[in-house]
Design a protein around this ligand. Sequence first.
Ligand code: SF4
Length: 214
Amino acid sequence: MKTKPVWVNETFTSIQGESTWAGLSCFFVRLSGCNLRCSYCDTTHAYPRGRKTSIRSLARRFFDSSAAIAEITGGEPLSQSGFRELAIRMRDGGGGRPVLVETNGSRNISLIPDGVIAIMDVKCPGSGEAAAMDLENLKRLRPQDEVKFVVADRKDFEWACRVVRKYKVVAQCHAVLFSPVEGRLTPAALAKWVLDSGLPVRVQLQLHKVIHVK
Ligand code: SF4
């Protein structure tokens, strides 16, 4: 059956840096285009349309790699109509290797196929994009999924804690991750707030920005 192409910014193998899968070798597919414009975005190069690429060839690159896992990221991958088929192909042909999808939380995550793991952002007010969130996604989480709050300041932290408590997010998924915005909040300050909160969330730093291997 002929499949639709997707628009790709880049593919590369590196160390996964932002989830409980951090530290593993990972084949990344970065789909191009994003519907948000977060104040701290470090992936602006993914905004333009990118290269039209067949799903078959992208999946083949993963199958031929020795990476332990794969991740489809962006941009916002769920914005592309070919996303679901790409995720299914990578899941089914990768020899059982886990496939992650990093999404900004503004699109319905029910699009993510069974057996594929969502790493879903919830955009805090400091991002400038909190209003774009589909908070119904917090009710769609599956046990293997992970949720990430990127925290810019105390206001973001208190907002994130309220969301975690209101939607019982810790009980809905595998892990809840709190990361500081680089240059706006120190890891130590965030760690202290998490300790004081008593919430069972994980403080997470962006490992790939320490390692710088691509
Ligand atoms: S969702 Fe991600 S890629 Fe899109 S603007 Fe926000 S940080 Fe950048």
